[in-house]
Design a protein around this ligand. Structure first.
Ligand code: ZN
Length: 259
């Protein structure tokens, strides 16, 4: 990995992604090896990997402007919202591995170029000099819906290009628990303290490598004072009368709309 295609992989599920989109055939049939071989030639920086343990053969391409006529692409978020978590897993894994491989070329200890790991059932890269092993990177984030009676706390984030109000979220810091991250993020970004933190569910979010850990929490005390470097606005909204929120396919949608 990256590996060339070989006949023993003929039963593998073939998937391809380009940028943040899944590549599909216009006739709705599953991708075949022939498709993968054709698509691979669209870019010199395509990455192809094969995981026998996951029965997966995946191709990752950088954002591509023009696909051959027999293919089209849809955003991975839309694919997830349409087909659900189970069917989206190969595409999300393809995206996560593409991002990881694209960013992991050299040993972080000695600087030697990495090679595919030796253990077939394990997706890894290894340093031939110091034998450090590198596994696909996952960065845990917390995302929280704060309730106050019939109201929920939503925020307009500064870093995002969309104008959706969403739950508060942030990366976990080294050394803290998820619950500590929840309390810290809410306090840092809005000045609100929370109680009764409850795990809600999780979602892989490989844009590029997040694992979103969803929580609900109850308002305890404090007035809203936003952290202006992170947020444009934060406010309490009636649960049944929210502003525009993230579309289906995100854990934020499930938290806000309860489905
Ligand atoms: Zn090394």
């Amino acid at each position: 990995m990256p590996l060339t295609l070989s006949p023993h992989t003929s039963s593998c599920r073939c998937v391809a992604i380009t940028g943040q989109e899944a590549i599909l055939r216009c006739d709705d049939k599953p991708l075949t090896f022939a498709d993968i071989e054709q698509l691979k030639c669209l870019s010199d920086s395509s990455l192809l990997f094969e995981e026998r343990q996951n029965n997966l053969c995946a191709l990752g391409l950088p954002p591509t402007e023009k696909l051959p006529d027999q293919y089209h692409s849809i955003p991975l978020r839309t694919y997830f919202a349409t087909y659900g978590e189970e069917l989206s897993l190969p595409h999300f894994r393809a995206k996560a591995l593409y991002e990881w491989l694209n960013r992991t070329r050299f040993c972080t200890k000695c600087g030697t170029r990495l090679e595919p790991g030796a253990i077939e059932e394990e997706t890894s890269l290894v340093c031939p000099e110091c034998h450090n092993i590198f596994f696909p990177r996952i960065e845990p984030c917390i995302i929280v819906l704060v309730n106050r009676g019939d109201e929920i706390l939503l925020a307009l984030h500064r870093q995002r290009t969309t104008q959706y109000y969403s739950c508060l979220a942030g990366f976990m810091e080294a050394g803290e628990s998820a619950e500590q991250a929840v309390r810290r993020e809410i306090m840092e970004e809005t000045g609100i303290s929370v109680k009764n933190i409850r795990y809600f569910g999780s979602q892989s979010w490989p844009f590029p490598s997040q694992l979103m850990l969803g929580f609900t929490a109850e308002y305890e005390s404090g007035e809203i004072h936003i952290q202006e470097s992170e947020l444009q606005r934060a406010a309490w909204f009636p649960r049944n009368n929210c502003p525009a929120t993230p579309p289906k396919g995100s854990i934020a949608y499930r938290l806000i709309h309860g489905e």
